[in-house]
Write a protein that binds this ligand. Structure first.
Ligand SMILES: [Zn+2]
Length: 433
């Protein structure tokens, strides 16, 4: 039982019940450690691997800041390892496959890293059927997700990989992480309300699946972070632990519900659009920085619509031509097919308006329960010094507006971006150009 693990303790010992199935939730991760310092921690996983062939796999920078401490703690736990430091690496399938082949004679992989190196390790250990233990050099949602995104012949591919057997976070190390990374982590976790309301609205209007469990796991930490975000950069351990838990819970949410609907909705569509279409104009902003700014926008939309006593959709004329212009010949028909599953044609509009007329007052009450005032999100980001506008991101108003306008075309996920289109109000949310 770790003091800093909070609700994650219940997930590890199997005593947390799903709100939808009422059954105990089981997660495949055996051990999660969040401690002020790992130097005196007795790990469970090391008891299994102390006399095996182990390899530490790390990025150069991560090893520089965290390597010595990890080695010392493994030594105290009687674990010997060889070390491979990746001076250069790329998140391509070819690179990961070659690396996997060269490391197949090890029984266990111990990773020191974040995002990309964790992704590469997940691929390697999955391919070689090795156990995987991760020491997070900074916070990364990649630690708890089962897929990795790798470039295959220039196209991003989501590849099934393995979920780590153990994840270890050292708060003292995290305290020294670059402020920008910590701010970005905050931006990425504050989308609880926008994801929940997008997904619940999709459930109410399109009858798609919904489960409150992954959100309920986050309510307490979110409330704490909204109040205390300024303490993140002061190195306060309780706040850093809450941020760590929310980041891990984001990935665990996908394990519980089998999809990423609890952590990636309208706000993530805008961020994906920026990554897909900005090309060499991309200001190298981080995922969480983009998501934080987009979350503010989606939250404004949600608050506005849910405040209104009525909601009525108009017909939208979307045809394959728009997709061709945006995605080119290769992708457009696939993207259009995907979009059609959430698209309301004339018949469906009539049905949905009937449904809204009868039930919107009831839906509003249901949805309002999970709303956050947008100002609370903005305040939390500002107090931590994080980006809150496209100008902070150094993304032009013109491109940001294009993202706001078009990102609903990217996926079959229904969000308030769609609602803004069906109500012909999307223009109200555009920024100054
Ligand atoms: Zn994210």
């Amino acid at each position: 039982m770790g003091h800093y693990l909070g609700v994650i303790n219940k997930l590890l010992d199997g005593s947390y019940n799903s709100l939808s199935t009422k059954k105990k939730i089981e997660i495949p991760i055996e051990e999660i450690i969040i401690e002020e310092s790992i130097l005196n921690v007795e790990f469970n996983f090391t008891k299994k691997i102390f006399n095996q062939k182990n390899l530490i796999l790390s990025g150069k920078n991560s090893y520089q800041v965290f390597g010595e401490k990890v080695l010392a703690s493994l030594k105290k736990n009687n674990v010997n390892c060889e070390i491979k430091i990746l001076d250069e690496y790329e998140t391509s399938k070819k690179f990961a496959e070659d690396l996997a082949n060269s490391l197949s004679n090890y029984q266990n992989i111990i990773t020191i890293g974040s995002g990309s190196v964790i992704d590469i390790s997940k691929f390697v250990s999955s391919k070689n059927n090795q156990n995987l233990y991760i020491f997070c050099s900074s916070l990364s949602a990649a630690a708890t997700t089962s897929t990795v995104s790798l470039l295959n012949k220039g196209i991003k591919e989501s590849v099934k990989s393995k979920i780590p057997d153990a994840i270890i976070i050292d708060l003292e190390n995290l305290k020294n992480a670059p402020p920008r990374l910590l701010r970005s982590s905050l931006g990425d976790v504050l989308c609880r309300s926008t994801c929940q309301i997008d997904w619940l609205t999709s459930h109410l209007l399109l009858n798609t699946k919904y489960d409150e469990t992954p959100f309920a796991l986050q309510y307490e930490d979110e409330a704490f972070l909204l109040k205390n975000s300024k303490k993140i950069l002061q190195g306060d351990y309780d706040t850093l632990a809450a941020l760590s838990r929310m980041t891990l819970l984001n990935g665990i949410a996908a394990i519980i519900i089998g999809s990423t609907h609890a952590g990636s909705m309208g706000e993530h569509l805008i961020s994906h659009y920026i990554d897909m279409f900005m090309g060499n104009q991309h200001p190298n902003t981080l995922h969480g920085e983009q998501v934080g700014v987009a979350t503010i926008l989606i939250s404004k939309m949600q608050n506005q619509f849910i405040k209104n006593k009525t909601l009525k959709f108009n017909e939208l004329n979307i045809d394959e031509k728009i997709f061709q212009e945006l995605f080119g010949d290769n992708l457009s028909s696939k993207m259009f097919e995907q979009f059609k599953s959430k698209y309301f044609n004339a018949d469906k509009i009539e049905f949905i308006n009937d449904l809204l007329e009868k039930n919107w007052s009831l839906f509003r009450v249901k949805l309002a329960k999970y709303l956050l005032p947008t100002d609370n999100i903005i305040k939390a980001l500002v107090e931590c010094g994080a980006c809150v506008s496209n100008e902070d991101l150094k993304i032009s108003g013109k491109f940001f507006n294009e993202a706001i306008h078009n990102s609903f075309l990217l996926r079959d996920r229904f969000s308030y971006l769609d609602i803004a289109h069906y109500t012909k109000t999307i223009q109200e949310y555009l920024v100054k150009e």
